[in-house]
Design a protein around this ligand. Structure first.
Ligand code: ADP
Ligand code: ZN
Ligand code: ZN
Length: 752
């Protein structure tokens, strides 16, 4: 019976529901209830895990249900982290419970649960009650009991003396040394001469390797100026966001490293975000050689257990630097001094499902909440970032030249318009041959995997399409199958046209597999490798290919955008870009920007060593401004044309966007929901006088994916506040059948 004042708490539940919920904490649990812990609560007819947010003031009307269990010994998040989660939930219009669940490592759900019990003296304690135990990995170690006088004989004595010598040793290690010795070990423990103890160990995702040590490099003037500004900003202790704009190979990473050293020197920590693809042992090695402090590494290749181990190390303050891809943004790091977002223009910082956050944008938010310096680094900044630097919202740090006076690579555009069907133009073949003779390495970039892009019937024009998605199937010769890149649907090659049964069917278009095939035919003794999502499946797949390139056992590497990013290969002296225009033709307002970035990044792989580099860009659109400026290494020229276009059509940074996508298996249902939504949006907008354009609904550019038809509404607001008010009211007032799925994407990156 509760007689004294009641303990009421606010709980967030990871379900697609708005708001948080109130529960009563029974007296036996009250001393253990603390914000940041998980709780087991009744919800409807179920029991669910929720997150305790804090005490609630007023008892709500009616009967409150009781918290059933407290599930954690220690809080999983701090008050500051909760503020950050609340900000995200508000901005992306996503339930807080789901945001918290996403921010915490998945491995946490494997860990043992606790139950509250009375201890002997009457105080409540937590006891493990579910033998999960899977998540915390332990090691069992033998130690000798020093003052024990019992002495075994034979092998037992040998083992005991060894243990006295080395201190502690695991069973497997002892067996390796002494052969089978389980019986002797058991006897030692029984005699009291040795003891078994258990110790928590971490799984190390980058297995213990020798990294050696590197000191800081003497900086060139531009680097020194950038570092000075960062140091000054760190000293103020205020939020200071910067754009670090430096051409490829200009020494941005060195500026990150030395900025981090300054932050560590001031007793603060550092968070480094990189695109998944750039998170190689090469980069991690560079950090490990530079710093002695704990470094945690988070990336999608980790198992849930490994990720959870890294998370706990960070939470306990055992790592002062965290390096990771997108989700590392949520690392429980305290006292952050510097947040680095490397290759800030990368689309992969945006999460494309669930909570559709953008880690680049949220790095600024986290930096603001934690008063940190934020460094957004890129050779090809987003035009929105460059615009922010010009208007003073970001500080601007510039590294205009490559280090060590390395020249930018020589580049040439090759006009492919009158060479239909040829994979390589003669100039490119010639350059490839010359480079092989000179012992240089070549990268060939084509942003399409597979062998051929589609199968077409020459009689009736039928094109083989995915039955679930509105896209063509790509032929993968290695698998011997046609594959859908959106839903993984596969089928064996038909022998005749499925539509008219004609036998005249042809594979058209080209992918990386076909390029590989062709290169090998042209240069039979060249060592050729391919790197794309097919060739590098599985852990360490792409690290292996990169290592081969680094060690010089590959002459020509063919790849998709995976090869474009951040890698530093001194041996690469030729880069060939094939069909540079493919990405220009996507129905997305960012297609020019993406193409410029991609081509510039690939070009940047050439000539990073002692020998100068050459780049050949083969394209059907040699006059497009995205390509002409890329080839001329002219970011500013590109920026000026692109920003003028954005202003004219009212796209970011001149407007803020949100995309609403409706999907349904039954086309009519999806369409009706989308139309009703558009009607409601227009009504709210009118009544509240919001300056937001409501465009659509229209069939989405990818009109059907995985068997669901898709419609889109695009919202464009000059003022972000107006856009958010509209979304907020809409979400509160819109109902749709459960067969229709609605996703709200604030600041969409992919418009398909
Ligand atoms: P970015 O990140 O801009 O591509 P990096 O920091 O990786 O450039 O630098 C490119 C190469 O130049 C690396 O091998 C790095 O060790 C070297 N480097 C960077 N700064 C200097 C410097 N001040 N002096 C000499 N070499 C440098
Ligand atoms: Zn046909
Ligand atoms: Zn499909």
């Amino acid at each position: 019976m509760q007689t004294t004042s009641q303990h009421i708490v606010e709980v967030a539940i990871p379900l697609p529901l708005e708001g948080s919920f109130h529960y009563l904490v029974p007296g036996r649990l009250s001393p253990l209830a603390a914000p940041g812990k998980r709780v087991l609560v009744p919800f409807g007819r179920r029991k669910v895990t929720g997150y305790l947010l804090g005490d609630a003031d007023a008892p709500g009307a009616g009967e409150l249900k009781e918290v059933l269990e407290i599930l954690d010994e220690e809080p999983l998040f701090t008050a500051a982290e909760l503020d950050f989660y609340r900000w995200i939930a508000g901005y992306y219009l996503h339930p807080l419970g789901e945001v918290i669940k996403m921010a915490l490592p998945a491995g946490i759900n494997l860990v043992s649960r606790y139950r509250c019990e009375q201890s002997e003296d009457g105080t409540p304690v937590l006891k493990e009650y579910l033998a999960g135990g899977k998540s915390v990995r332990t090691e069992r170690l033998y130690t000798a009991v020093p003052d024990c006088t019992v002495r075994p004989r034979g092998k037992g004595l040998e083992i005991l003396e060894y243990l006295l010598d080395v201190g502690e040793c695991s069973g497997p290690q002892l067996r390796e040394r002494f052969g089978p010795c389980t019986a002797q070990l058991g006897r030692l423990v029984e005699l009291g001469a040795a003891r078994l103890s258990q110790r928590e160990v971490y799984r190390d995702p980058f297995k213990a390797r020798e990294y050696g040590h590197d000191g800081p490099l003497p900086l060139n003037p531009a680097q020194a100026e950038a570092l000075a500004k960062v140091s000054a900003a760190l000293e103020t202790g205020e939020f200071s966001p910067f754009l670090l704009h430096g051409v490829t190979g200009s020494g941005k990473t060195e500026v990150y490293l030395q900025s981090i050293a300054v932050a560590l020197g001031a007793g603060r920590s550092a968070l480094v975000l990189v695109p998944e693809i750039a998170l190689t042992p090469q980069l991690v090695g560079r950090f490990k050689r530079r710093f002695d402090c704990g470094i945690a590494v988070l990336h999608s290749g980790l198992s849930d257990g490994e990720r959870f181990d890294e998370w706990r190390r960070i939470r306990r303050g055992e790592a002062s630097i965290v390096i990771g891809a997108r989700s590392a943004l949520f690392a429980p790091l305290e006292g952050i001094g510097v947040i680095v977002v490397d290759e800030e223009h990368e689309g992969s910082y945006k999460q494309s499902e669930g909570v559709r956050y953008n880690a680049r944008d949220l790095a600024l938010v986290r930096g603001k909440l934690g008063r940190a310096v934020v460094l957004l680094g890129s050779a090809t900044p987003l035009v929105t970032s460059y615009h922010a630097a010009q208007t003073g919202r970001l500080g601007y740090l510039s590294l205009p030249d490559r280090v060590r006076d390395l020249p930018m690579p020589q580049t040439r555009m090759l006009d492919a318009r009158n060479h239909k069907g040829e994979i390589f133009l003669p100039e490119l073949i010639e350059a490839l041959g010359e480079n092989l003779d000179a012992g240089g390495q070549t990268l060939l970039f084509l942003n399409r995997r597979g062998f051929a892009t589609y199968l077409v019937c020459e009689t009736c024009g039928h094109v083989l399409r995915c039955p679930n998605c509105a896209v063509t199937l790509t032929y993968h010769r290695i698998k011997g199958k046609h594959v859908c890149h959106y839903c993984d649907f596969t089928m064996l090659p038909p022998s005749t046209c499925p539509d008219c049964q004609s036998g005249a069917i042809t594979l058209l278009g080209r992918g990386t597999e076909r390029v590989e095939d062709q290169v090998q035919k042209l240069f039979p003794d060249a060592r050729v490798a391919r790197m794309d999502r097919d060739s590098t499946r599985g852990k360490g797949g792409h690290a292996r290919v990169l290592k081969e390139l680094e060690e010089g056992t590959v002459d020509i590497l063919i790849g998709t955008q995976m090869i474009a990013k951040g890698h530093d290969f001194p041996g690469v002296t030729l880069v060939g870009v094939l069909s540079a225009d493919a990405s220009l033709n996507l129905p997305d307002f960012r297609s020019a920007e993406r193409t410029f970035q991609l081509v510039t990044q690939v070009m940047g792989r050439a000539g990073r060593g002692d020998k100068p580099g050459r780049v050949l860009v083969q394209t059907l659109a040699p006059e497009h401004y995205a390509l002409t400026h890329a080839v001329a290494h002219d970011y500013l020229g590109f920026y000026r044309e692109e920003i003028a276009f954005r202003e004219e059509v009212g796209y970011p940074p001149f407007a803020h966007l949100a995309a609403l996508t409706f999907s349904a298996v039954a086309a009519a249902q999806g369409e009706r929901a989308a139309e009703e939504a558009a009607g409601l949006l227009r009504r709210i907008k009118r009544e509240a006088r919001l300056r937001v354009e409501v465009l659509g609904p229209v069939t989405a550019p990818l009109g059907k994916v995985r068997g669901r038809f898709r419609w889109q509404i695009l919202l464009k607001g000059v003022e972000r506040a107006d856009l958010h008010r509209l979304l907020f009211h809409f979400r509160g007032g819109f109902g749709h059948p459960s067969t229709v799925r609605l996703t709200i994407d604030v600041d969409p990156v992919d418009m398909l």
